[in-house]
Structures are given as structure tokens and as C-alpha cells.
Design a protein around this ligand. Structure first.
Ligand SMILES: [Zn+2]
Length: 282
């Protein structure tokens, strides 16, 4: 599943291409993949593209929003006569003929461009939702870690919600902090020298402070490198992100730690594969 940096990368790629365009027509090929009434989308001008947590939002002139969640295999492909921008799960056909077998929804823009929402396994979704309703559904989400409002004090109080839970599970909880998934949780904990299994109540104030900074740093680095390629996400220009070339622990079990040269271990925390260095992390 794409995490904050992957979705942010898609957002940045789409923004310059679709803002100001009007959605001429929406075609829903797979009803399961689209929720809402297409009539709220048809004929509307795109005023903004934004990200909240791991979701991508396209804001319309009538203050309705088209919200995308790519989940496991979702793709967003913008095809214009000049170029193609793709984001999401890379498959060999992502640069091929569109629509294809996994195309679920097609948006036709007034400049002739088309946005294809493809999703092989159909866990992802597209929703047409009013901005009033969206405020409610975003209410339960935790703070955006790259916004100024994500202060150390805010982070501390968010952690208190789950004092007895392993720290890795807590920082992946979207109600605690938005947008962090498995890759960036593993990396942030390595950067903060904290074992993923430690419970929140056992962390020292210094460790909490280090973790807060590590989350911000690792997500910023992820965006800088266009997201992660190993998790199979290509960025909005069809290039694979290469954040994982810089990963210290994620998917590196059996390899040597870039810091101490000892072997990286793998365990399962909260049902998810978890990578760590037992010498660098305490
Ligand atoms: Zn190490």
C-alpha cells in the first residue's frame, strides 16, 4: 500500500496537469470501485489536488471531492496527447494501451486527457463526496506529520492513546499519525534507535522526541526520492521511486546493518513483517 511519500509524489505530479481542467465525463466500468453519484462530478472544474493521510483528493468547483485510495494494486494513469503520468502499483501494462482489464473508472477532461483508475484486485476505491462529509470522515485521522501542527507535544499526547501497545503498531495507527505505514515505521524506529516491540509507556521522553523527528525526517526523505520502488510504486512520471535504495532496515533481513555491520533481523509485530537491527535499536 502506498504510504504518505508515495501519494504525495502522485499528488505533486498530477497537480500541474489537471488543475483548471473540467471533467467532461466520468465512466464507471466497475461499480464496486466507485461510490457516490457521478452527476456530482460531471461538468465540474478541478480546483485543487490534495493529499490527506494515504488518500488523494481532487477538489471540484462545486465543492465536491473525488477521493482515491489506491490500497494494494491501485493505479492512477493520466494520458494526454503529450505525455503519460502514472502512479501506483507498477505492472508491465501500466505504459500500455488504456483502458485495460483492470481499468475501473475513467475521467475524461475537456482538454482531451483521460485519468484512468486501474485496480487489479479491487481493494482500492474512488468516492465522490461533499466537502462537508469529508470533514467528518477526516476527523478521526491523526495529524499530518509534515505539517507544522505536528509538534512534539501533539505527538506525545497522541501516543498516550495507546500506552500499552508496541510503538510500531502505534505509529502505523492512522488515528495517531496519518500516512505512516510499514516501510516508514520500520525506518523511523531504526533512525530513532528504538526496537519496534517496545511499549509506548516504556519509552523515555528523549526517545519520544527522537522518534518524532525521525518520522518527519524519514517521510521527507521518502518524498525527496519519489517514494519507494520495492513496495512497487511508480511515481507520477512513471519512474520508480528509489527511497528503498536508502533504506536501513526495510526488506533487508539477513543483510548487514549499514551502521554497525551486524545482521538485520525480521520479526512480526501487529501482524506485519518488521525489520530491525538489534544492536542499533534498544
Ligand atoms: Zn545496526
Amino acid at each position: 500500500m502506498p504510504e504518505l511519500p508515495e501519494v504525495e509524489t502522485i499528488k505533486l505530479g498530477l497537480q500541474g496537469q489537471v488543475v483548471g481542467q473540467t471533467i467532461k465525463k466520468i465512466e464507471v466500468l466497475t461499480p464496486k470501485s466507485f461510490q457516490g453519484d457521478p452527476r456530482n462530478v460531471n461538468g465540474q472544474k478541478i480546483s485543487n489536488v490534495f493529499r490527506r493521510a494515504k488518500m488523494l483528493g481532487v477538489e471540484l468547483g462545486n465543492s465536491w471531492i473525488v477521493l482515491f485510495h489506491l490500497k494494494m494494486t491501485g493505479q492512477i494513469i493520466l494520458v494526454s496527447n503529450r505525455a503519460r503520468f502514472v502512479g501506483g502499483h507498477p505492472t508491465s501494462d501500466i505504459q500500455g494501451e488504456m483502458p485495460n482489464n483492470s481499468t475501473r473508472v475513467i475521467f475524461e477532461l475537456d482538454n482531451g486527457s483521460k485519468i484512468y483508475f486501474n485496480d487489479q484486485r479491487k481493494f482500492g476505491w474512488v468516492k465522490a463526496i461533499s466537502s462537508k462529509l469529508i470533514a467528518n470522515s477526516f476527523n478521526s485521522l491523526g495529524p499530518e506529520p509534515l505539517e507544522e501542527t505536528f509538534t512534539l507535544d501533539v505527538f506525545k499526547s497522541q501516543l498516550q492513546k495507546r500506552k500499552n501497545t508496541p510503538v510500531k503498531v502505534v505509529i502505523m495507527d492512522q488515528t495517531v499519525v496519518a500516512g505512516v505505514g510499514n516501510i516508514y515505521a520500520c525506518e523511523a524506529l531504526f533512525m530513532a534507535n528504538i526496537l519496534p516491540t517496545r511499549r509506548i509507556k516504556d519509552l523515555t521522553p528523549k526517545e519520544v522526541s527522537k522518534l518524532h523527528q525521525a518520522i518527519v525526517d524519514v517521510l521527507t526523505l521518502g518524498i525527496k526520492h519519489g517514494g519507494s520502488s520495492r513496495s512497487h510504486y511508480v511515481n507520477s512520471e512513471g519512474k520508480k521511486g528509489h527511497f528503498l535504495d536508502f533504506a536501513f532496515v526495510y526488506n533487508r533481513s539477513g543483510e548487514s546493518c549499514r551502521t554497525c555491520q551486524e545482521v538485520i533481523n525480521k520479526t512480526v509485530v501487529g501482524g506485519r513483517g518488521t525489520f530491525f537491527c538489534r544492536f542499533c535499536q534498544r
